[in-house]
Design a binder for this molecule. Structure first.
Ligand code: F6R
Length: 607
């Protein structure tokens, strides 16, 4: 959600900023801008639309040794040139900001009554507030004083005409890191923006301020005390940016799933045992103590939570609640003593999940917190007692695919570890490990349905609505299928537990309503078959993704796609694949922007 990139160098930085923005575009893409300092003048280039549109404004004269840049996902104020960042105050201070300033109206009234605002954003007040304080203070003090007034979240980079060789940055609640180079240093909201230039990063913590010039980086804590933060080497590779011959990142990421799942289990299954050490040194205490599990997550990660709840209860006999983080955060909940909290998040920066975690940590009912996350340096990973990393590799497509299947894979490992003190016997552990190990090949075979699903999409893509049905641990998979279709093809799709159909939704089933069913060969198969008969009886068209042994046959009303998903707990991971492909191919036929669907952004860092 919004991306920041900034650089100070001995040479021109415009290309670095533009390339960085391009890599960050998946985080927000409704407008973009760059401010550079040249001959003691702040030059501001902003444009509605994507980074390519911004590039059209820049000619050879747009060069400088220092600059800040931003790609936006609108929160306050519609996407427009005026609302695009950077925002400038008094021709002197330029800022780019990620996050939300909750008290921006109070700040306007208290400090900035006579200022003229040119945008509808909350962010613009930061430029004016810093300008206000800079009249009587050094720029670092001005930023510090300004941030002390702010309630909300920010990752901020500031360019000051009167301090032409440094950028001032501040972080609270939104990710920000400093990249270290030779005679140049960088700032970004995401390491991906800078990986062409460096793999050495310093991750700022909440409350930190820093000054960054081409020669040095100075970091200060919230009391403005000079501090050191560890430099970390990133394992990201340039390949993360490439589509590798695929037309879209989403398709590349769908086809990366066999390897991503393989990497997620690698070194974590030893002789068909999952060692508790996968949770790191802090786990010993809570593993012995916890009685109940609470999972929080959002969106696709919440669907992973729902599958994990099924697994924890069915396989391990561990009571588990799963809830959407934004709901959990704002309601009173009765928590049982010795609850273990699991937070699932691909990015590890989702504000709803993070703020729920921070609230929960204030209570003493919880014995421990575990992050299931794809980004080791993320806030979530740093703030939980243990982190189980999903080795999906960077996911660029906004619609989550490989992040989801690797979350499920990691969650199955977690269920095994947590369940050993409950009902997971050595035999069950052995069998679950064997099933996990077959997954990469089984996913590969499922991907072979691609062309058949591309054909199906031709029927599907002119529909306005679709229903997805599943039962048990496959109901969350039906939900995920519906979410994928909505997100990238804009077809309205809803998922129901198949048994609920007769309690209402059957009313909307007719020959124009495509119904997608997820049909594993499990204990509720016969029940599901009856539910599907109810659809057929109303003339509804059925598209059934079924295990080959489930006994479905295509006929004039239903089309069956067979999947080799043996009757075992990991089947939900396999049934996810065709639904991702269906959404992808529908979006292609409809001509939508698959990797950057409208109104969405990756990593939602505002509540
Ligand atoms: C959907 C999607 C979103 C995210 C949600 C949570 O394809 O990607 O629903 O799953 O915004 O994001 P994370 O997992 O980063 O917390």
């Amino acid at each position: 959600m919004c991306g920041i990139v900034a650089a100070a160098s001995k040479t021109n930085v415009t290309d670095i900023l533009m390339a960085g923005l391009k890599h960050l575009e998946y985080r927000g893409y409704d407008s973009a801008g760059i401010a550079i300092l040249k001959n003691n003048v702040l030059n501001n280039y902003r444009q509605k639309g994507n980074v390519e549109e911004l590039g059209k404004l820049l000619d050879a004269t747009a060069n400088s040794n220092i600059g800040i840049a931003h790609t936006r996902w609108a929160t306050h104020g519609k996407p427009s040139k005026e609302n695009a960042h950077p925002h400038i105050a008094n021709d002197t201070i330029a800022i780019v900001h990620n996050g939300i300033i909750e008290n921006y109206l109070d700040i306007k009234n208290k400090f900035l009554k006579n200022y003229k605002f040119l945008s509808d954003t909350d962010s613009e007040i930061l430029a004016h507030l810093i300008n206000h304080f800079s009249k009587d203070n050094e720029i670092l003090d001005a930023v510090h004083l300004a941030m002390a007034e702010v309630q909300g979240s920010y990752a901020l980079a500031v360019l000051d005409k009167n301090n032409p060789d440094k950028i001032i940055v501040a972080r609270n609640g939104s990710p920000l890191l400093i990249g270290l180079g030779e005679e140049k240093n960088f700032i970004a909201s995401d390491a991906l923006a800078l990986i062409e230039h460096t793999n050495r990063f310093v991750y700022l913590e909440d409350g930190d301020l820093a000054t960054v010039s081409s020669e040095e980086v100075k970091i200060y804590d919230k009391n403005k005390k000079n501090i050191r933060r560890e430099t970390k080497k990133s394992s990201l590779s340039l390949n993360s940016h490439s589509k590798d011959g695929y037309d879209h990142f989403m398709l590349k990421e769908i086809f990366e799933q066999p390897n991503a799942v393989k990497s997620t289990i690698e070194n974590r299954i030893i002789n068909n045992v999952v060692p508790k050490e996968i949770l790191g040194p802090n786990a010993a205490e809570y593993l012995e103590k916890f009685k109940v599990v609470q999972i929080i997550a959002c969106g696709t990660s919440y669907h992973a939570a729902l599958v994990a709840k099924h697994w924890l209860e069915r396989l391990a006999g561990i009571p588990c609640h799963a809830e959407i983080a934004s709901e959990f955060r704002y309601r009173r909940h009765a928590v049982q003593k010795d609850t273990l909290l699991i937070c699932i998040s691909q990015s590890g920066e989702t504000a709803d999940t993070l703020s729920a975690l921070r609230e929960i940590k204030k209570e003493d009912y919880y014995v421990g917190t575990i992050a299931v996350c794809n980004v080791p340096e993320s806030s979530l990973a740093r703030e939980c007692d243990s982190t189980l990393i999903t080795h999906a590799g960077p996911e660029i497509g906004v619609a989550s695919t490989k992040a989801f299947t690797t979350q499920l894979t990691a969650l199955m490992l977690l269920v095994i570890v947590l369940g050993k003190r409950f009902e997971i016997t050595p035999d069950l552990e052995n069998s679950l490990c064997m099933q996990l190990k077959t997954l990469p090949d089984k996913i590969k075979s499922t991907l072979a349905l691609d062309q058949k699903i591309a054909e199906l999409a031709k029927i599907f893509s002119d529909k306005e609505h679709a229903l997805f049905l599943g039962r048990g641990s496959h109901f969350p998979i039906a939900r995920e299928g519906a979410l994928k279709l909505k997100e990238i093809s804009y077809i309205h799709a809803e998922a129901y537990a198949a048994g609920e159909l007769k309690h209402g939704p059957l009313a909307i089933v007719d020959e124009n309503m495509p119904v997608v069913a997820v049909a594993p060969n499990n204990v509720v198969l016969e029940k599901l078959k009856s539910n599907l008969e109810e659809v057929k009886a109303r003339g509804g068209k059925l598209y059934i993704f079924a295990d080959k042994k489930a006994g479905f046959k295509s006929d004039e009303i239903s089309q069956v796609f067979e999947i080799d998903a043996p009757m075992n707990p990991v089947a939900p991971i396999l049934f996810t694949i065709p639904l991702q492909l269906l959404a992808y191919h529908c979006a292609i036929i409809k001509g939508t922007n698959v990797d950057m669907p409208r109104n969405l952004a990756k990593s939602v860092t505002v509540e």
